[in-house]
Design a protein around this ligand. Structure first.
Ligand SMILES: Nc1nc2c(ncn2[C@@H]2O[C@H](COP(=O)(O)OP(=O)(O)OP(=O)(O)O)[C@@H](O)[C@H]2O)c(=O)[nH]1
Ligand SMILES: [Mg+2]
Length: 453
């Protein structure tokens, strides 16, 4: 029996108590398999996309009253015969129903196996299959829209189209090789160059979209840093509106990095409160300071805090210059404006600072607005964005390979090497949409899915 003949089963809804739970099955024989434990209508005689009330039995013992949906190949998610059983959402019922289905010949689905079958049965390409996982895990509306756009085709069609054109050229060049010594040129080199330029232009726009795509999918690591007692933990709490981190007037309170997520303007920000930056002989605090530096290096945005009651404008400028050298986007925040001298307030105002009072929650909204002005993103229907690192890497590898093709042509390399370089580019391009796959690649992708998807 090939893998595809097997009937797979899994809970499709979340674990735990719920109003309804959905158990799904897929495979050639799944309808007759469910029929063996179902009392109601004869499911094997029912048309696709119909719903039937009945009872699931284990032998003579009824387990639950259920609704069974029947989908017939190829008009289902997996393109195979499929069934969805909606039962009462009790973990015991779910367990008993799955158990009796297993006893009657089904086997448990592996993570992402329904989607994998859908892909292997040609329902969609690999990039679209991956978007299915992304849409489930989307935490913001932007992430949802980006995943939906990709699931609906995104860049897949265009890539497939460009790939076909490139395959055409590769075959012409290979045909030239068959003619050996004869000086034939089926593949017009100028046309090939033009095509490669077109492809590269498209690839570049996709590669360029990854900065934004990555932010949309993974959020923005935002580090709150500054000297001890600047009010970093107070600010984290004010941003999150909860007492997340310990606040005290003892410098060196925070040691571990404290992290929490918040969605602002459709983007997820991961705020990290860190140990205050200073030289210290305290061993544990020193480890904390090292962690701060490490977080700073990985940050996409830094909120750098100054205690306006403790610093002079010269000190502030000096510290700000040091931070600027990290070359990471930074927003300078003057904290404790409630206790600062009017003279200093005036001076920092000219330096493009956001002035706040974290403990009094003053100007927190202004700070949020400032943060958002740096990351104004709104994904619209139809926007094509690369959000997946795997796609990003393959796109870059394709671009490099095409660059080799071009420089090879300029250097007058022979047809056989030219063909090899083009085949290499085709390989990377095919990896994105899944024309080229390996078992490892598929296993790696689908293992990240939930069971039941
Ligand atoms: N007056 C005033 N005091 C503040 C403000 N924000 C924080 N503080 C006080 O400053 C002290 C230090 O605050 P924290 O938030 O613990 O400072 P921190 O930067 O996290 O300090 P470390 O974790 O030690 O690096 C506390 O006593 C806070 O109450 C403010 O806006 N105005
Ligand atoms: Mg702190």
């Amino acid at each position: 029996m090939s893998t595809f003949d097997e009937t797979i089963v899994a809970l499709a809804t979340a674990q735990g108590i719920s109003a309804i739970a959905v158990i799904r099955l897929s495979g050639k024989d799944c309808i007759s398999l469910v029929q063996k434990v179902f009392k109601g209508k004869d499911l094997t005689q029912q048309p696709s996309h119909t719903l039937h009330f009945g009872t699931i039995h284990n032998g003579d013992k009824p387990i639950d009253e259920v609704l069974v949906s029947v989908f017939r190949e190829p008009n289902s998610f997996t393109k195979e015969n499929s069934i969805e059983i909606s039962c009462h959402g009790s973990p015991v019922i779910v367990k008993e129903i799955i158990k009796v289905l297993l006893k009657n010949g089904a086997r448990l689905a592996t993570p992402g196996e329904f989607t994998k079958r859908a892909f292997l049965n040609g329902r969609f390409d690999l990039a679209q299959a991956e978007a299915v996982a992304d849409i489930i895990h989307a935490e913001t509306d932007n992430a949802r829209q980006a995943a939906l756009n990709q699931m609906r085709g995104g860049f897949s069609k265009e890539i497939q189209h460009l790939r076909e054109e490139l395959i055409h050229f590769a075959s012409l060049i290979e045909l030239e090789l068959d003619f050996g010594e004869e000086d034939v040129e089926f593949a017009k080199r100028d046309d090939l160059k033009k095509l490669i330029h077109n492809i590269r232009q498209y690839l570049r726009s996709l590669i360029g979209s990854f900065d934004q795509g990555n932010v949309i999918k993974n959020g923005i690591p935002t580090v709150i840093a500054g000297k001890p007692n600047a009010g970093k933990s107070t600010l984290l709490n004010a941003l999150l509106n909860e007492e997340r981190a310990i606040v005290s007037d003892i410098p060196g309170t925070t040691r571990d990095v404290i992290e929490d997520e918040m969605i602002l303007g459709g983007i997820s920000f991961r705020f990290m409160d860190t140990a205050g930056l200073r030289e210290t002989s305290d061993v544990i605090e020193a480890i904390g300071v090292e962690r701060t530096r490490e977080s700073l290096r990985k940050a996409s945005l830094i909120l750098y805090l100054f205690d306006l009651t403790q610093s002079s404008i010269e000190e502030i400028r000096h510290e700000a210059d040091e931070i600027r050298q990290l070359n990471i986007p930074v927003i300078y925040v003057g904290n404790k404006m409630d206790g600062a001298s009017p003279a200093l307030l005036k001076q920092v105002e000219q330096e493009d600072f956001v002035l706040i009072s974290a403990s009094q929650k003053k100007n927190i909204q202004a700070l949020k607005d400032k943060i958002l002005s740096r990351f104004h993103i709104q994904v619209k229907q139809g926007d094509v964005l690369v959000t997946n690192v795997r796609h990003y890497q393959s796109l870059k590898q394709t671009d490099d390979a095409l660059n080799r093709v071009l420089s090879g042509m300029d250097g007058g390399i022979t047809g056989d090497f030219l063909a090899m370089d083009i085949r290499q580019a085709l390989h990377y391009l095919g990896e994105i949409t899944g024309e080229v796959t390996t078992d490892d690649l598929l296993a790696n992708i689908f293992s990240k899915f939930c069971i039941g998807k």
